[in-house]
Design a protein around this ligand. Structure first.
Ligand code: AVJ
Length: 341
């Protein structure tokens, strides 16, 4: 049996990926305050730790979004009724939420193809195997690629096909606001009029609950954050001593950003072979690692309007902790941006 996914040419061979990582670490540690990009949290161990986070009682976003999708399955898939379409899944994770939609679509005998897009082959194997096992009648064609390359490739290869794109889990929260707009505008530009996007937002809420979600008592979130230093040690020949670092998660009410840091507990010097450099850290010096922005409902509507989407529906959990917005691609050739030079 053939694989249920295609690997798009990523351009970057293994050695160049390591160079890009080294360069990002150099850039981030040269800034003041220092920072490290959150995308590097997800190596195999980081992905495993994040799956463990999703099972924590304090990490409410996963449970809430799961409840939303279970409660509103029919309303989510209804707009695609009668059409042949691709269900495009950007970062399916372990696929638990998507399976709810796929099972309902299979039951309704919808003409759907499942297209998970993920940069990790491991994640792709997991989610396509699960789809095959749980919804055996389903046509699945995964893409190992980054999100934008994957959607671009799809729209070129199948220009006539409708799409329902899933961007769940509040992954949009990792982007600063201008980057979120740019990302959504790019997705909009490769989609066709009337394609749909189901996008998950974590809503602003009681600050104590936010803090508990990102500073869990089992230390899983701390291990997830600290794993970035282990990854630097392994891939870039670093000598970070994890005993000398502590995880700190805090919330900025004004920006809406949940912010994660690694804090140096003492005066220390760390060397990185790949950069042939040593970095000195002062006691209690922070290194910023992740943002998870929380949204107001009006900011979500404004984001849709700013990026070319119309609001089709909004789905909430009972506690209104989380919002899955269903947006429709609006393209009006007369009022759109001018194509003339
Ligand atoms: C997977 C990016 C949505 O920001 O809540 C969980 C990652 N970090 N706990 C989030 C995460 C710490 C998560 N996202």
């Amino acid at each position: 049996m053939g694989e249920a996914y295609v690997v798009l040419d990523q351009g970057l061979p293994q050695g160049d990926e390591r160079k890009a990582f080294a360069l990002d670490v150099l850039t981030g540690l040269s800034e003041r305050p220092r920072r490290l990009p959150s995308k590097y949290l997800y190596d195999d161990e980081g992905s495993r730790l994040f799956r463990a986070i999703m099972r924590l009682p304090t990490y409410y976003p996963t449970q809430r979004e799961q409840a939303i999708i279970e409660a509103h399955t029919q309303a989510i898939i209804a707009p695609m009724h009668g059409e042949a379409f691709d269900l495009v899944d950007l970062g399916a994770g372990d696929g638990t939420k998507t399976m709810v939609l796929l099972k309902a679509l299979a039951e309704a005998q919808a003409d759907v193809r499942y297209v998970p897009i993920d940069i990790s082959i491991e994640a792709m194997r997991g989610v396509t195997a699960r789809a095959l096992r749980e919804v055996p009648t389903l046509h699945t064609e995964g893409l190992v690629a980054n999100y934008l390359d994957g959607i671009q490739w799809l729209s070129e290869k199948y220009p006539e096909r409708s799409r329902l794109v899933l961007f769940l889990g509040s992954n949009i929260g990792n982007f600063h606001k201008p980057e979120a707009r740019k990302f959504l505008r790019t997705i909009w530009s490769v989609l066709s009029p009337d394609d749909r996007l189901l996008i998950g937002f974590d809503l602003k809420k009681d600050i104590e609950r936010l803090l508990a979600a990102y500073n869990d008592p089992t230390g899983t979130t701390a291990a997830f954050n600290l794993n970035l230093l282990t990854r630097i040690n392994r891939e870039l020949g670093g000598d970070f001593d994890l005993q000398k670092w502590q995880h700190f998660g805090t919330y900025n009410v004004f920006s809406g950003g949940m912010e994660s840091y690694l804090v140096s507990r003492e005066d220390q010097t760390v060397s990185l072979e790949a950069l042939e450099l040593r970095f000195a850290f002062e006691p209690w010096e922070p290194v910023q690692t992740e943002y998870s922005y929380k949204y107001l409902e009006r900011d979500i509507d404004a984001l849709a309007a700013a990026t070319g989407f119309g609001i089709q529906d909004r789905f909430y959990d009972l506690e209104r902790d989380f919002l899955d917005a269903l947006w429709r691609v609006e393209k009006n050739l007369r009022s759109g941006p001018s194509r003339r030079a």
